[in-house]
Design a protein. Structure first.
Length: 293
């Protein structure tokens, strides 16, 4: 079966517009139509019903679409597996993880940039918790991750960290909190404010830097695993939490007010990756990190 014809069918079926599908595939519309008719001839069935410039999948078309997607995925995996067998040291999949949902835009940019640098590399994105956002990269569950240093040396052993961007720090407060009406605050203003509890086992250097206050009061309740739940806990009145200003626009939650911290050190986002990655991937990640606006 001609995979070019199968690809043409899948794109046309998903777009349900032959003009758009042809443009996406870089084909003239008559060429796209010819491929689909040839596929229909191969199968001996009509995949589309064509009426007055409108197209729709036939029952056979709906059934074939499901199998066609699986067929193309299997063909792609066959190519990757063959390349892995020929070059066992190469990497064909890269998982990037992050603690904060707020860096999704940066991650998307990294995926596009890596796709240009290494078009055969599959890049996927995944979230992580306060407990495993570093260990996921270190132990190989992910090959790279967006981290917020500093960390203890043991936590980042075997990783390369490249700074990406810095943000000022703000404090997330429940709406209606007396400090929420202030234009800005000092870190000392948080000394008596309870902070949202985080899990035991979080890297101690990261934790001290994240909380800013040397010996903060800890609010009541269950420890919070990730940033999204952290802000929900702030909204619920569990406590406050210093966070990078990045989150004010990308992870805002109703009931949470962000107030600038005028004397807090900036928060640095870094792209981290395993030092044992292939040279081409290492070089591409360095370029991505340094090119991040």
């Amino acid at each position: 079966m001609d995979l070019d014809r199968v690809t043409a069918f899948v794109v046309a079926a998903e777009r349900m517009n032959f003009t758009v599908a042809a443009e996406e595939l870089g084909l003239a519309q008559p060429s796209l139509s010819a491929r689909i008719r040839a596929l229909e001839a191969d199968l001996g069935v009509e995949l589309f019903s064509r009426r007055r410039r409108q197209v729709a999948l036939t029952p056979a078309g709906h059934e074939f679409l499901r199998h066609a997607r699986a067929l193309l995925a299997l063909a792609q995996e066959a190519v990757r597996a063959t390349r892995r067998a020929a070059h066992p040291g190469d990497l064909d999949r890269l998982v990037i993880t992050t603690l904060a949902a707020g860096v999704d835009e940066l991650k998307a940019g990294a995926v596009l940039a890596l796709g240009r640098e290494l078009p055969t590399l599959r890049v996927s994105l995944t979230g992580a918790s306060f407990l495993d956002h570093v260990s996921a990269v270190r132990d190989g569950r992910a090959q790279a991750g967006y981290l917020w240093p500093p960390y203890t040396p043991a936590a980042v052993a075997g990783l390369h960290l490249e700074p990406v961007r810095c943000w000022p720090r703000v404090v997330a407060l429940p709406a209606g909190h007396p400090l929420a009406a202030r234009p800005d605050l000092a870190v000392a203003d948080l000394a008596e404010e309870p902070q949202v509890p985080l899990p035991d086992g979080v890297d101690p250097l990261f934790l001290r830097t994240w909380r800013l206050v040397p010996e903060p009061r800890i609010g009541a309740g269950e420890p919070i695993a990730d940033v999204a739940a952290l802000l929900q806990a702030v909204a619920a009145g569990v406590g406050c939490c210093p966070v990078p200003a990045l989150l004010t626009s990308t992870a805002a939650v109703p009931g949470v007010v962000f107030v600038p911290l005028r004397d807090a050190p900036t928060a640095t986002l870094a792209l981290a990756w395993r030092s044992d990655l292939p040279d081409a991937v290492d070089t591409a990640l360095r370029r991505v990190a340094r090119a991040t606006p």
